[in-house]
Design a protein around this ligand. Structure first.
Ligand code: 13P
Length: 248
C-alpha cells in the first residue's frame, strides 16, 4: 500500500518568525497518523523548520536545488548543502521554475539524479498548460515530461520518487482539476512508469495532485484510487487549513 503524502509548498512566502509561528500552531494541531507530511519552504526557513519538527514525523523539503556538487554557480544551493541541514525532500521542476527560471526537462533530469545520489527525496512536478489541455495534448505533454525527467534513472531509485501532477491552469487560480481529471492523469502517469520500468515499481510511486487544493476539496481528491496525496500551495500557509488537508 502506498502511504498518503501531503506536502506544503510555501513558494516565496513567510520569514523565519512566521515559519516559527506556523510550526508552533501546526504542532499543537498535528496528530501523528499514516499520512506523511512535509513542508517545502524557502531556503532561509529550512533550518528553523528542521529544528521545530525534530522528533516528529513531519519532514522538511526545499523547493529547488542545483544539479552540480559545487562550483561557480552564483545564487545556487546543492543537494549536499540541503542534506547537511537535515532536509529530506526537494521539489524538482515546479512549473513556476520552468516558466520563470528556464528550468528544462534536461535540468530536471540532472537534478533528479543528484537528489537521488544524496538521498534527497525528490517531488517531481509535471503538468500541462491550459492551451495544451484545450488542444487535447495533455497526455502527450505529461508523458514527454515524465520520460525526459527519468532518462537513465535506475529502477531502484524510482521507488523513492514522488510525482506531483500539477496542471498549470489549476495553480493559484482557484480552479482545481476535477477529481476525475486528476485521477485519470495520475493513473496515466503510473502507466508511463510501468512502461518505462515495471508495474511493481509503478505501484510503489507516490503520485500527488497539486493545484488549488483546499480543505473543501481534499477529501474527494483523496478518495480517488490513483491519487496518493497532494502538493498544496496557498492553503499550506495557514496551519488550520493545512491541518484540515492533512487530516482529510
Ligand atoms: P496552489 O495550491 O496555491 O494552487 O499551488 C499549487 C502548487 O503550485 C503547489 O506546488
Amino acid at each position: 500500500m502506498r502511504k498518503p503524502f501531503i506536502a506544503g509548498n510555501w513558494k516565496m512566502f513567510k520569514n523565519i518568525k512566521e515559519a516559527k509561528e506556523f510550526s508552533e500552531k501546526f504542532l499543537k494541531l498535528y496528530v501523528p497518523s499514516d499520512v506523511q507530511v512535509a513542508i517545502c519552504a524557502p531556503y532561509t526557513q529550512l533550518s528553523t523548520l528542521v529544528e521545530s519538527f525534530k522528533g516528529t514525523a513531519i519532514k522538511v523539503g526545499a523547493q529547488n536545488m542545483h544539479y552540480e556538487e559545487s562550483g561557480a554557480f552564483t545564487g545556487e544551493i546543492s543537494a549536499n548543502m540541503l542534506k547537511e541541514i537535515g532536509v529530506d525532500y526537494c521539489i524538482i521542476g515546479h512549473s513556476e521554475r520552468r516558466q520563470y527560471f528556464a528550468e528544462t526537462d534536461e535540468t530536471v533530469n540532472k537534478k533528479l539524479k543528484k537528489a537521488f545520489e544524496y538521498n534527497i527525496l525528490p517531488i517531481l512536478c509535471v503538468g500541462e498548460k491550459l492551451e495544451e489541455r484545450d488542444a487535447g495534448k495533455e497526455f502527450d505533454v505529461v508523458k514527454a515530461q515524465v520520460i525526459k525527467a527519468l532518462d537513465r534513472i535506475p529502477e531502484a531509485s524510482i521507488e523513492k520518487l514522488t510525482i506531483a501532477y500539477e496542471p498549470v491552469w489549476a495553480i493559484g487560480t482557484g480552479r482545481n482539476a476535477t477529481p476525475e481529471q486528476a485521477n485519470e492523469m495520475c493513473g496515466f502517469i503510473r502507466s508511463v512508469i510501468a512502461e518505462l520500468y515495471s508495474q511493481e515499481t509503478a505501484d510503489k510511486v507516490i503520485i500527488q495532485y497539486g493545484g488549488s487544493v483546499k480543505p473543501s476539496n481534499i477529501t474527494e481528491l483523496m478518495n480517488m484510487y490513483e491519487i496518493d496525496g497532494a502538493l498544496v500551495g496557498g492553503a499550506s500557509l495557514n496551519p488550520t487549513d493545512f491541518i484540515e488537508i492533512v487530516n482529510f
